[in-house]
Design a protein around this ligand. Structure first.
Ligand SMILES: [Ca+2]
Ligand SMILES: [Ca+2]
Length: 594
């Protein structure tokens, strides 16, 4: 018996008049087993209407089958596997709903387009690679002319490169928590690095857990959730352990920096230097090695295998050979505009110099070029780790049925706007890396990704959760904030008009559309940048009355009732800057400083 099911697609237009056409990729077919899909509370728009299903093709070959619909399940049953090809279409024709409900079974006439038979779609594996703090300084995004990332280029050439993808928040913990729960900061109240995310979301089922509950083996190594917040319940296995996500990382001078002189408030790992170690001796190598061992062996169930590569997160300590790729005298600094801060408000300037004015200290230590060298070297090292994973997958028995997803949690600045690190709402910090490669035969995208695709559409890390569920042919989880990107994986030029909303701590927002970035801070001050003319965000147009309409429209995307900042038992250290809980809190703390 061949069974099949319609896959739920949120992007399906809510068209109320038939006939409807539906790509075949929305129907998963499998031999044996129960492949029916629960439709959830949000039914497909055509379910109430569309009943007769015809398979469109040039050389019709009639097949008959039945469609069943009961208790929220919709199933297709065929006596024999229809001969179908990826890209074929079904046509659905409206029949009064009552006749469906009365009959419960309806005949379907299928006309197959072609005699060749595709293998049935089975759930894919996922290789889920995170590269920490990686901005657009990679060859496929062109953010720095000297970046050397042949393995990221290779992945981009094999899959789809989301070239305008944005973080939910410019800090590890809120960004990763949102990605891995599918819930935005303004939905949950989980806004900052200084909150225990599990205290904010005690019951939430994470992406790896949801996949486990649906038949997957979920395992990982390295930093996937924020460093000091591992989540044992999310995983079936973890390296080094479910309680400890990070292997040991080498420090040439434990407790002290090598190149960057410490200053008050400085993050302890704000430092860079080549280290006298081989790749094999680094923490990232060990995480990657563990994941490679899992890739190399047979698996009885589909797997979700996560690998968190920590570099280029600080400190930029990587083997000498990576520094040698970027001779200091040749290192190019990022492009900056003299006086770039002049058109910014007080709050933006606070953010630029957050945590003790890194830029002034880097300049006075004469370390700007060295820092850029350290970041480029750390990116080259991370790229080489990605290459080891891609090689291992290719050589494994899972090469043909594993989706590869590679992402970074947010970007980074190295002196643009006199700002260093993350923690800001500008493009260099919010833009992240996202690439997805889908093999043929994946239920949500039977034809797989065409290699070398690049989309300029505005997307967000919040979209990953629903995307993976659709690819796997699993029911969507209730209440996710993102949108599945499968439509863009199929056609990178597809219609897509959704702004990326990002939050900085609490009550500070960026709205990024194809042409604009609008920022609103907790004190009410604003920024507006026209990305058609100003990709570096040098010219703030927020005070120009000519742009009042654009500003109004962009600001309307800011959530009206954001979840309040949730307090947790997280112990604040002296160098931590606790998020403001309200504008009053911001103003009163401001007064105390004066
Ligand atoms: Ca990070
Ligand atoms: Ca400016």
């Amino acid at each position: 018996m061949i069974t099949g099911a319609f896959l739920h697609r949120r992007s399906q237009p809510a068209q109320t008049e038939g006939p409807w056409e539906m790509p075949l990729t929305q129907v998963a077919l499998s031999v044996g087993g129960d492949s029916r899909r629960r439709l959830g509370k949000r039914p497909l728009p055509h379910i109430d209407h569309a009943l007769r299903v015809a398979h469109r093709g040039r050389r019709p070959l009639p097949l008959s089958g039945s469609l069943t619909f009961s208790q929220g399940w919709l199933g297709l049953e065929f006596p024999a596997l229809p001969a179908i090809l990826p890209g074929d279409m079904f046509q659905l024709q409206p029949v009064p709903r009552t006749s469906l409900l009365a009959a419960m079974t309806l005949s379907i006439v299928l006309f197959a387009a072609c005699a060749s038979t595709e293998p049935p779609a089975t759930p894919p594996n996922f290789l889920f690679i995170s590269v920490d703090d990686l901005n657009d300084w990679i060859e496929p995004l062109g953010g720095h002319p000297q970046a050397r990332t042949p393995n990221l280029s290779r992945l981009a050439a094999e899959g789809i490169n989301f070239s305008r993808n944005y973080a939910v928040s410019p800090a590890c913990n809120p960004s990763r928590t949102a990605l891995l729960t599918g819930l935005h900061t303004y939905t949950t109240g989980m806004y900052s690095n200084y909150q225990y995310w599990r205290e904010v979301l005690p019951e939430t089922v994470t992406l790896p857990k949801y996949l486990s509950q649906n038949g997957y083996w979920s395992a990982g190594a390295g930093k996937i959730f924020h460093n000091n917040m591992p989540d044992p319940v999310s995983w079936d296995a973890y390296f080094p352990s479910k309680q400890r996500h990070m292997p040991n990382y080498f420090y040439p001078r434990p407790g002290d920096t090598v190149n960057m002189p410490s200053f008050e408030g400085m993050y302890v790992d704000f430092d860079w230097t080549p280290i006298n170690l081989s790749d094999e001796d680094t923490g990232d190598f060990q995480s990657v090695d563990w994941v490679i061992r899992q890739l190399a062996r047979p698996h009885e169930t589909p797997f979700f295998l996560a690998c968190g590569i920590y570099r280029p997160h600080l400190p930029w300590y990587v083997p000498q050979k990576y520094f040698d790729m970027f001779p200091l005298e040749s290192v190019q600094l990022p492009r900056v505009l003299e006086g770039d801060l002049d058109d910014l408000g007080e709050r933006s300037r606070d953010i630029a110099s957050r945590g003790g004015d890194y830029h002034r200290h880097v300049l006075s230590a004469g370390q700007w070029k060295q820092a850029v060298q350290g970041y480029l070297a750390s990116i080259a090292f991370a790229d080489s780790m990605v290459g080891r994973l891609l090689d291992a997958l290719e050589a494994s028995p899972h090469a043909d049925n594993t989706v590869v997803v590679l992402w970074s949690d947010h970007g980074w600045q190295l002196g643009e706007k006199q700002h260093w690190r993350k923690f800001a709402l500008w493009d260099n910090v919010l833009r992240t890396v996202l690439m997805i490669k889908v093999p043929k035969g994946t239920p949500g995208l039977l034809e797989g990704t065409r290699g070398g695709g690049r989309t300029e559409r505005i997307t967000s890390l919040i979209d990953i959760f629903p995307t993976l569920l659709e690819l796997a042919g699993l029911p969507q989880k209730e209440g996710l904030d993102g949108r599945s990107l499968v439509g863009l994986l199929r056609d990178p030029e597809a219609e897509w008009d959704h702004p990326a909303i990002s939050t900085y701590d609490f009550s500070e927002y960026s709205v990024r559309t194809q042409d604009w970035r609008y920022v609103r801070y907790i004190d009410g001050s604003e920024e507006l940048y026209d990305h058609r003319r100003d990709p570096e965000e040098w010219h703030n147009l927020a005070d120009d009355p000519a742009y009042a309409d654009a500003k109004r429209e962009l600001s309307s995307a800011i959530p009206k009732n954001p979840a309040p900042l949730v307090e947790t038992s997280y112990p604040l250290l002296p160098h931590h800057i606790a998020p403001y809980s309200s504008r009053e809190d911001y103003e009163s703390r401001k007064r105390q400083q004066q």
